[in-house]
Write a protein that binds this ligand. Structure first.
Ligand SMILES: [Zn+2]
Length: 192
């Protein structure tokens, strides 16, 4: 299944120095949401590509009510429907711990976590020997800001999708296998 993560798409655009990337960069570095019109334009283009015709998993989109409304319109235009919305329920302290511990390889993009998935040698990528760094938007101050933004702009989506009978809540804490099973059940995939 095609996996479309807005965060990855934006970071690729930033790395490529495209007009979209230049526009998005300032917001991302501050922990702010990239404006709706920019995200909606990007997703509209992406969902219009042939590989998206047979379905996709959206990751990090929509993040606001305006984006959810735009997604509904995009899907309608394309004759597609939203099957389900999976909400990963994780407490704020746990999110803070996870996000501030994240380290990314500068060369190959592989992700590590200082606590749950540390590299064999501190600061060095196991896969390629590249240097590990902390993304600007993963510092503690920025993560706190992101959590505030989430409460204000993204949390209202829970009611939005609950009212449309599309919301499935999955606990995002605990064993990875249990989380995986809960996701499979939520999307109607066969159990392992
Ligand atoms: Zn690497």
């Amino acid at each position: 299944m095609l996996h479309l993560a807005t965060g990855d798409m934006l970071r690729e655009a930033v790395a490529a120095g495209s007009p979209l990337g230049r526009e998005a960069r300032g917001y991302m570095d501050q922990g702010a949401l990239v404006p709706d019109d920019v995200i909606i334009r990007m997703m509209g283009e992406r969902l219009g590509k042939p590989d998206a015709a047979r379905g996709f998993i959206l990751d990090g989109f929509p993040r606001t009510i305006a984006q959810a409304d735009a997604l509904a319109t995009l899907l309608k235009e394309r004759g597609q429907t939203l099957d389900t919305v999976v909400y990963f329920d994780v407490s704020a302290p746990e999110l803070l711990r996870r996000l501030t511990g994240r380290r990314v390889c500068r060369k190959c993009g592989h992700t590590y976590h200082l606590v749950s998935n540390p590299p064999k040698r501190a600061g060095v990528c196991d896969a390629c020997g590249g240097e590990l760094y902390q993304r600007d938007d993963d510092t503690e101050a920025t993560v706190r800001k992101r959590l505030e933004v989430y409460q204000r702009q993204t949390a209202p989506l829970l009611d939005y999708y609950r009212q449309r009978n599309l919301l499935t809540t999955v606990s995002g804490e605990g064993a990875l296998t249990a989380i995986g099973d809960a996701i499979r059940a939520a999307v109607g995939a066969p159990a392992r």
